[in-house]
Design a protein around this ligand. Structure first.
Ligand code: ZN
Ligand code: ZN
Length: 270
């Protein structure tokens, strides 16, 4: 199968992904519990940016710039060769999406465990991200060394390109949209301050996802290296339990305020 350059298809996948995120967030944040979480997370971001200005200053804008540049190179220079509007069956799209995410997660697991938590230069690079200790909030997803921003995103894109070459087939635009959404949103949830204890499904799942990555942030010696699922941590014996004493202490030190609950439920001060 020949690979043709399809810029319009590539940019379409980007636009679809952005539109789904914007409208999806608008819709989901209408749910009081998620709005409460959004407000509390934002409040935590603000508190950290005020009290630890030196740690965060410069990192956030540099992370955004590197992420933007890496995405521009991928969506204009690389993805157009590996994407198509030609129809593929729902089964094929589901299988391709699963394959991309699982292969990426395995590559990320190895990179995170052996490169970022190894003994060389990249341990220092990753140490910037680990300045964020439990409990993390969304601003911590940008507390990164520029090299780590590039490696994280480039790894995802490389997996897409290599798998497409191995399968001798470009991926359907829906496959790219699905995998991009899952990859970006789970990375975001991993770094969101979520306190939805005792709220039942699906809130307990969000709680567990966020607290699992948060457990990794307790020290540089904790497991939970994977980012999409914790399957590889479970397989290779690096799975960390959630709600460890350090997490519970940090939660108690910065509880969600009653004010958040009022804001989320639309109750304003008289
Ligand atoms: Zn780490
Ligand atoms: Zn993290």
């Amino acid at each position: 199968m020949e690979f043709e350059y399809n810029l319009l298809t590539s940019l379409s996948s980007l636009v679809f992904s952005i539109v789904i995120v914007i409208f999806g967030r608008k819709l989901l944040f209408k749910l009081p519990k998620l709005k409460e979480t959004y407000v509390h997370n934002k409040q935590e971001n603000h508190r950290k940016l005020q009290s630890k200005r030196d740690k965060y200053s410069g990192r956030l804008s540099s992370s955004n710039k590197i992420a933007l540049a890496t995405n521009v190179v991928f969506f204009i220079g690389i993805l157009p060769f590996f994407i198509t509007f030609e129809s593929q069956s729902v089964g094929t799209i589901a299988l391709h999406s699963f394959l991309i995410l699982m292969v990426y997660d395995f590559c990320y697991y190895l990179t995170h465990r052996f490169l970022f938590h190894g003994q060389g230069y990249f341990r220092k690079v990753h140490g910037i991200h680990h300045q964020a200790r439990t409990r993390v909030s969304s601003v911590d997803s940008l507390l990164l060394h520029p090299l780590e921003v590039f490696i994280g995103i480039a790894l995802f894109f490389t997996v897409i390109a290599v798998l497409s070459l191995l399968l001798s087939s470009p991926f359907q635009v829906a496959t790219i949209v699905i995998t991009t959404l899952i990859y970006t949103q789970i990375n975001q949830i991993n770094h969101t301050r979520i306190d939805l204890d005792g709220c039942g499904f699906p809130y307990n799942l969000l709680n567990w996802i966020a607290r699992s990555h948060d457990a990794h942030h307790i020290t540089m010696h904790k497991g939970n290296y994977a980012t999409i699922t914790l399957l590889y941590d479970w397989l290779f014996g690096t799975l960390e339990p959630v709600d460890q004493p350090e997490q519970l202490a940090a939660t108690a030190a910065t509880p969600a305020s009653e004010e958040n609950s009022k804001i989320a439920h639309g109750v304003t001060a008289a």
